[in-house]
Design a protein around this ligand. Structure first.
Ligand SMILES: Cc1cc2nc3c(=O)[nH]c(=O)nc-3n(C[C@H](O)[C@H](O)[C@H](O)COP(=O)(O)OP(=O)(O)OC[C@H]3O[C@@H](n4cnc5c(N)ncnc54)[C@H](O)[C@@H]3O)c2cc1C
Length: 425
């Protein structure tokens, strides 16, 4: 086939646009180049992986889990059904991670904090002063550039040796003698993964559900939100983005997510027409606050959360008001001064399971406790702890719940995380 003729008229027009009519404000964007040469075998539809740790879902908790597992020496594969890392933080546009601090000091750090801090610094943004107790909790959320965050998260995965499989999701999970066989599907790709451990970071514990372990889901869930910007420019990492409540939003499957997205987008289009303002920014999908939670070996109750119970197997801290959104909005209920809740390892383990651990908003918790635990810094903390527990379990040929807590704490500290000060044997 002949190559197409260069479109000289178009080129003339563009050059004129730049040099001739610049006064009229017409310019063209510059073009730069990158080469994406996939190896020849990338065209084969069948792929296999044999790894120590498979992380499913590369969102707020998942990319941290994967980076941690790989940095600790586990051969790690991350399967993400979307196009980038960060989940609700990036694709959902909720780029205000919180809360890393409580009562004047930092309580969550580690890999999530490393990426947040680096992206804010690279972006010339501002990091709140954690030594000061803010008047309102959200003052210490960190305005983060969602785009930079996604790029840095991906770079850190690559540097750590995590293999990333975008546009894929598991369709079948079977127990094996050494762990699991997981069949994943993507367009043009069928992937068979054998792994010792699975970390389910899908937000709604989808792998746990596929395996038939019990999950909890409320009849009426908190609304989701579709994030956009109308009438004024969205400055990533600087300003708050507009939110449209999508009541009834349900992240259970592709059909329910399609309904939520189309409902959100339709309402935004109506608003643009009605208010006659320019649409300046639109996220690609709805952010979901609530869906399935696992029924774990331990269930964190709102009483545990509000009293700052220090669990015997605490692996990280959490901090945020109880924050339940309803049809009429949200009235956050702050924690009492000095209270810092903890997250137990056993709340990340589906009851009765082996060789699978979760991290993120699907943690085993009652609804009110979950409304606080679900925020991003605790999700990142859980991700890192799950990465450590799964890696140590894979190395020792055991299950995450049987790994020594002392070893988990030691490895977390080695990788920059702050762990609750409890006696570990
Ligand atoms: C509108 C809104 C406002 C919020 N406000 C704040 C706030 O101001 N500050 C704050 O800290 N927190 C806030 N939160 C809470 C917080 O953002 C989320 O609870 C948290 O990001 C959830 O993290 P996660 O890792 O559990 O899930 P997610 O970040 O949603 O990640 C799940 C990932 O798994 C992928 N996935 C799902 N299923 C599969 C599958 N089967 N196979 C492969 N991949 C899959 C998804 O594509 C996604 O990337 C808000 C949440 C919402 C929705």
């Amino acid at each position: 086939m002949k190559p197409p003729k260069p479109d000289t008229n178009r080129r003339d027009f563009l050059q004129k646009s730049v040099f001739g009519t610049a006064a009229a404000g017409l310019t063209i964007a510059s073009t730069s180049h990158a080469s994406a040469q996939a190896p020849a075998e990338a065209l084969e539809p069948e792929v296999t992986n044999d790894v120590d740790v498979l992380v499913v879902g590369g969102g707020t908790a998942g990319h941290v889990a994967a980076i941690q597992a790989a940095r600790a020496g586990a051969k790690t594969l991350l399967v993400e059904r979307g196009a980038q890392l960060g989940g609700t933080t990036t694709t959902g546009g909720v780029a205000f991670p919180g809360l890393f601090d409580a009562w004047g000091k930092q309580v969550i750090a580690g890999i999530g904090w490393e990426i947040v801090k680096e992206s804010v610094e690279m972006d010339g943004g501002t990091i709140p002063d954690f030594s000061k107790v803010p008047q309102r909790h959200w003052h210490n959320q960190v305005f983060t550039n969602q785009f930079l965050y996604a790029l840095l998260a991906e770079e850190k995965c690559t540097e750590a040796g995590v293999e990333i499989a975008y546009y894929e999701f598991p369709e079948k999970v079977t127990e094996s003698d050494t762990g699991w066989t997981v069949d994943c599907i993507g367009f043009g790709t069928r992937r068979r993964v054998t792994c010792k451990q699975i970390i389910d970071c899908t937000g709604g514990a989808e792998v746990v559900g596929m395996l038939g372990f019990p999950r909890l889901r409320e009849e009426e869930r908190q609304p989701g939100s579709y994030l956009f910007m109308m009438g004024e420019e969205h400055e990533p990492g600087r300003n708050q983005i507009h939110r449209l409540y999508v009541h009834g939003a349900d992240s259970t499957n592709s059909r329910t997510v399609t309904v939520a997205n189309m409902t959100g987008r339709k309402s935004i289009l109506e608003k643009v027409r009605k208010e006659g303002k320019r649409l300046m920014h639109l996220q690609p999908e709805t952010g979901f606050r609530e869906s399935y939670r696992i029924e774990g070996e331990t269930m964190v109750t709102v009483n545990d959360y509000r009293t700052g119970r220090v669990f015997d197997d605490a692996i990280s801290y959490a901090f945020y008001p109880v924050d339940l959104h309803t049809k009429t909005g949200v009235k956050p209920k702050p924690l009492d001064p000095g209270t810092v809740p903890t997250i137990p390892l056993s709340a990340l383990i589906p009851k009765g399971s082996k060789n699978i651990i979760v991290a993120g908003r699907c943690i085993s918790s009652d609804r009110l406790a979950n409304s606080g635990l679900r925020v991003q810094a605790p999700c990142m903390g859980m991700g890192q702890a799950a990465g450590v527990a799964a890696t140590l379990a894979a190395k020792a040929g055991t299950t995450p719940l049987d790994v020594s807590l002392k070893e988990i704490h030691a490895l977390l500290k080695e990788h920059g995380q702050i762990v609750p000060d409890i006696a570990t044997a």
